[in-house]
Design a protein around this ligand. Sequence first.
Ligand SMILES: O=C(O)CCC(=O)C(=O)O
Ligand SMILES: [Fe+2]
Length: 277
Amino acid sequence: MRSSVSFVEKALSDCGDGTDVIQAKTFFDQPLQKKLRWRLQDAELNQGYTADGDEANGGVDHKESYEHRRFANPCCPAEADLPGFRTTIDNFYGQCLSLGLGVLKCLAMAMDLRDNFFDDITKRADPQLRLLHYPAIDKWIIEQEGHARVIPHTDFGLCTLLFQDSVGGLEVDPFHTGDFKPALPVPGTVLINIADLMQRLTNDRCRSTMHRVVSPKASGPMLPARYSMPFFIHPDPEATIDPIIKEAGEVKRYQTVNAGEWRTYNTRKNYMNLTSP
Ligand SMILES: O=C(O)CCC(=O)C(=O)O
Ligand SMILES: [Fe+2]
């Protein structure tokens, strides 16, 4: 894991204020009409630009995003449009993939599964790298009922690597009791959120992390812009996720699901507002 650790330190120092490891700021700084040329149009492919308000998941988020995948990126800006963007983001994606697979190996070891347990279900893994921009906003807007930078949710893959800048506002409720605690940005670290498929697979031994992005404590009436980069790790689409039973008499708490169908079903739910251009 040594190379992964130094990569994270580099990614996070680059991701901090004022720099742009994957040119997220350059991308989002473009006029809306231009960004809409790369608009995400297919929830299943789940790649490209989503404007503020277009991703709907039961509340009102105030954010815009760009999604990047491993194999197909038809809505990625070309070199002529945004020099260096594609190369840099592909490179960052590759580093996240190596780190993510390393994290899964550690989890397999910690849970007394075979060390290569996750290798067998991530041979063609196609995680989703999301660049997120939360525009500067009056605090009262996101403090209205049902509004947030991101409303409370769990991620639905196996786990998520989450890189955040120094603005803050991310909160976690790991026990799902409503008791959200700030996940303060710590330079040189990446946050790892357990997600729903890991919870199902481990029959609740690992619980997915409820999280949200709200106003950081002690901020003034106006929130500054915030940037973050989640990397959502999903198993191969043909993988079967069947709860692992470890003790005599233990009851399976979840039905078996096909990983590809699970991903498509849950992704579609987030894009109910998606209309044809
Ligand atoms: O911006 C963040 O820190 C969290 C984003 C997030 O939870 C998500 O996109 O699923
Ligand atoms: Fe999330």
